[in-house]
Design a protein around this ligand. Structure first.
Ligand code: G1P
Length: 900
């Protein structure tokens, strides 16, 4: 990073003049539900959910537009007012001049410190912000003002934090009327807002959340007065950037324990004047937050509003998150290792913020989607696998008996909500993800019996894969599928997976590929509901079927399971042969028949199916799909490049190949044909060439999602309405790019896989272009700017790729296997590359030593040493699980893997 430098090996970084970059924000949050975003000028917001915004909600565009930022003012006797956050009209006017104040931000996981020096005023401010990792619902900030001049200064300090205190809906829906609900009260230490009612989409309800700001001096000293009403604080004609009461140093008239009603509120808190000698400082501690009553703020004052309390919380918070991030890497590129520290943290952020609560993510109202549920588990399996089994099991309860799934996901684990809005949208990729996650879980743990656990099926109005409604169903019947005897039906996890894959197999369009329905992974492909097909995901389903058969073999051979129990209805999907598979109408008939039989309920009859028969049937389907796609979808364009066509549009036309205005290529079809082994080795080579020719653009971080179609394809999806090079239309979309890397690594194309990760990482780290804090963003736009930072599913995939592919440390039916795919240039000066991680609930440091200084492909694992003692292995470098589980749980163990 030219401009943004890491300062330790735990991801802490420093950036000069951060406010000279737009759209930057940083997350600070906790697991008690506080979600803040903070910018270099302390803009951003703070909330606990859609209806509980303490600071007014901000979208990315508000970051330069919104004036209601957290502020702290000092009035210097004889000089005037100065904003410690840089947000005064005068300071902002100087940002492009030689008089710009010197600023830098230093930050680490969940904490943010901004320093600002004014030569003109002879003062410096240092503001540390964080949300404590406790069950307190507060954000804390400590403001230190230092006199950097040679003269004594008399200052008046004022905290000024505008308090919005209501639902995001009210930002332009009764904004004024809802201010009339405010009941404001001053206490010894601050301003409390307790709105009487809430007016939002839930109707008019009695409000139960108390909002507030409390502040004290570093020794716990009280403020002297308050000005809690916005219009009095800013004065007639004033604004938050030039508040009259501060600029003219007017006295604040409101004392503690006063009550006011019905105006926009602000935590404007005044302290007694102090004199600061040269090189001396004065600090203030401020807490903003949420409570059940005003008393909650009293305990915040006692516990946190003093220097000792603040520092203890600060240190504890840093330790808390550091402990949670239990994967780390050491390669030659220390920046990469540090950058990955942030990537490791990102899935945790997504679990807290969902996909709705950072400035770019101004959609949705919280919660996560189906894909996120499974994707976030990927990272958990690698980092904190303890609760994963239960989580996976619960998530399977979201699957419908027709293979689709609930799309409204509740806040509690395993809670799926019936769709009352009649949204019948079916994303055709949804059925493929649970298997990938479950497979990883089984490989990492060896818990193959998980497949035989039982779970219910989700039931609501939607039937026949989103095409029909079950008019017999109503909510009183509950959200689970019942048998003819009105009993809840529970089937095995294996059965759930089969339901998803077999229904998908028969759900085909004109070209005998899986129908696209409402979209696939690419949410922007949403206008080809009738005739669209996703060849891309057909290959993934095919690959999954093959892998399901492999797991069944393990059940059969190692657990001696001869028969598996399945709901009788599934037999409809388990008969068939190539003759039927070749015929679209026959396939659709089979699916219709099945869906009809499980439309309202199912019989409840369970049959026993021989494992061998089941394996043969699944393999037959997998083989058919693979050959069908190999035969029909491999395309070559005019320029002689070849790759897989991934889609058909709503006019049933093939999408990729030569277009009227240029080549049409999409990365998605390549990723999954490679990952699923549909593409042969030579085909992978051709795909790489085509992707390098048509999709690779180093200046924006690597491989674009697609070429420019130069057409608003209304028979395919809304993404073609987006400007080219943005989001789903041709940006470097991290998630797909990383899955491309993963697929390449899996197939042994290591140099090529590395190139994908390396270009993306190098771009993100090139701060002057990407303009994002460390981490992987959802995508890189046409200008090279990183967009939608932090809350992206790509982080989970990147962790997985680096861990199991690049470092090649992976579970094989619970045993620990080593298959490093580290390039020579990634080994450090001592020819080492190491990773610290959790496996079988043991902390391990795995150190690869490239003794022969060889390139990938030339080395192989020669010896393994566990805590200094040689571990003999036979052929494949694998350590048995029981050897790992016999290690002490409380200490870190070193495994040296010598490569020769
Ligand atoms: C986002 C969504 C993901 C979707 C993708 C492409 O990706 O979260 O579900 O598949 O866009 O439309 P993310 O931001 O997670 O990388």
């Amino acid at each position: 990073m030219a401009n943004c430098e890491f300062i330790n090996n735990k991801g802490n970084f420093k950036l000069k003049n951060p406010e000279n970059n737009s759209y930057m924000y940083f997350p600070i949050a906790n697991e008690a539900g506080v979600m803040s975003s903070i910018t270099p000028t302390l803009n951003g917001d703070c909330k606990m959910g859609q209806n509980t915004f303490l600071l007014a909600p901000v979208s990315s565009e508000d970051l330069h537009n919104n004036r209601s930022s957290r502020n702290f003012w000092i009035y210097i006797d004889g000089m005037g007012a100065w904003s410690a956050t840089g947000v005064s009209a005068a300071q902002q006017a100087e940002i492009f001049s030689g008089d710009k104040e010197e600023t830098d931000v230093e930050a680490g996981i969940m904490w943010h410190k901004i320093t600002r020096k004014s030569k003109k005023f002879g003062v410096k401010s240092e503001i540390t912000s964080f949300v404590p990792a406790t069950d307190e619902k507060i954000e804390l900030m400590k403001v230190t003002i230092t006199n950097i001049s040679n003269e004594t200064k008399k200052i008046t300090s004022t905290v000024a934090i505008p308090l919005y205190c209501r639902s995001a809906d009210n930002i332009r829906d009764h904004r004024h009327v809802t201010s009339l609900l405010n009941r404001v009260e001053t206490t010894e230490y601050g301003v409390i807002v307790n709105p009487t009612l809430t007016f939002d989409e839930r109707g008019h309800k009695k409000n139960t959340v108390v909002y507030g700001v409390v502040a004290a001096t570093e020794n716990g000293g009280k403020p002297i007065s308050f000005c809690p009403i916005v219009e009095e604080f800013i004065g007639e004609g004033g604004s938050f950037e030039m508040p009259k009461s501060v600029l003219l140093n007017e006295e604040f008239k409101i004392k503690p324990n006063e009550k006011l009603e019905g105006y926009e509120a602000i935590g404007a808190i005044r302290f007694e004047d102090v004199v600061i000698e040269p090189n001396s400082s004065k600090s203030y501690i401020v807490a903003i937050g949420f409570g059940d009553s005003k008393c909650d703020f009293d305990s915040v004052v006692v516990n946190d509003l003093n220097e000792t309390g603040f520092y203890k919380l600060f240190e504890d918070t840093k330790t808390y998150w550091d402990k949670k991030i239990n994967i780390s890497y050491e390669t030659k590129d220390k920046r990469f290792d540090n950058w990955m520290y942030w990537v490791n943290f990102q899935p945790m952020l997504r679990r807290i913020y969902g996909c709705s609560f950072l400035p770019h993510h101004d959609y949705g109202k919280g919660g996560r989607g189906w894909r996120d549920l499974w994707q976030d588990c990927l990272a958990l399996i690698a980092m904190d696998p303890r609760d994963v089994r239960g989580m996976l099991l619960d998530n399977f309860g979201g699957i419908r008996f027709d293979g689709t799934n609930a799309t409204i996901i509740g806040t509690k684990q395993g809670e799926f909500i019936a769709d009352r809005n009649n949204i019948t949208r079916v994303w055709m990729d949804h059925g493929a993800w649970p298997f990938l996650t479950t497979n990883l879980y089984i490989e990492q743990t060896g818990d193959i019996e998980f497949l035989l656990e039982k779970q219910s099926y989700f039931k609501d109005l939607q039937v026949e894969r989103g095409t029909e409604k079950d008019t017999l169903w109503d909510l009183s019947q509950g959200n689970k599928i019942l048998t003819e005897n009105s009993k809840e039906y529970n089937g095995t996890i294996l059965e759930h997976l089969l339901v998803q894959h077999l229904t998908a197999f028969y759900d085909v369009g004109e070209h005998n590929n899986l129908k696209l329905h409402g979209a696939d992974w690419n949410d922007g492909l949403d206008m080809a509901e009738e005739k669209g097909e996703s060849v891309a995901f057909s290959t993934l389903y095919g690959g999954n079927l093959e892998s399901i058969a492999e797991l069944l073999k393990v059940l059969r051979d190692e657990k001696k399971i001869k028969n598996v129990e399945l709901a009788e209805e599934l037999l409809i999907l388990l008969t068939g042969d190539d003759e039927i598979y070749n015929r679209v109408d026959e396939k659709q008939k089979v699916l219709k028949d099945y869906c009809y039989k499980c439309r309202h309920n199912i019989k409840g009859k369970v049959i026993k199916l021989n494992c061998d028969e089941l394996i043969a049937d699944i393999q037959g389907k997998a083989k058919w799909l693979k050959e069908h796609i190999q035969k029909n979808e491999w395309i070559t364009n005019r320029e002689g490049y070849s790759w897989y066509n991934g889609y058909y549009d709503n006019n049933a036309r093939r999408v990729e190949g030569d277009g009227e205005s240029g080549t049409r290529m999409i990365l998605t079809g390549q990723v999954f044909s490679i990952m699923s082994n549909t593409a042969t080795e030579e085909q992978v080579e051709s795909i790489i060439k085509a992707a390098d020719k048509y999709l690779y653009d180093k200046s924006i971080g690597g491989y674009r999602l697609n070429t420019n179609f130069n057409e608003i394809k209304t028979d395919f999806g809304r993404m073609f309405g987006f400007a080219y090079g943005h989001k789903e239309n041709g940006a470097v979309f991290s998630h797909m790019a990383i899955m491309y890397a993963n697929a390449l690594y899996q197939r042994g194309f290591v140099h090529e896989g590395f190139k994908v990760v390396d270009t993306l990482y190098s771009h993100c780290n090139n701060f002057d272009v990407s303009r994002i804090y460390p981490g992987v963003p959802e995508y890189i736009n046409e200008k090279g700017r990183g967009m939608y930072n932090y809350l992206t599913g790509s982080a989970s995939w990147l962790i997985l790729t680096v861990l199991t592919e690049m470092f090649g440390v992976k579970g094989e039916m619970g045993n620990l296997a080593f298959d490093p795919k580290i390039l020579l240039k990634q080994f450090d000066d001592e020819n080492k590359a190491s990773i610290e991680m959790n496996f079988a609930e043991r902390m391990l440091k795995i150190e690869y030593i490239n003794e022969g200084i060889k390139e990938y492909g030339d080395y192989s694992v020669n010896q393994i040493y566990m805590n200094g003692e040689e571990y003999k292995f036979d052929g494949k470098p694998v350590i048995c699980r029981n050897v790992i589980t016999s290690l002490d749980e409380n200490i870190k163990h070193t495994i040296k893997v010598v490569l020769k």
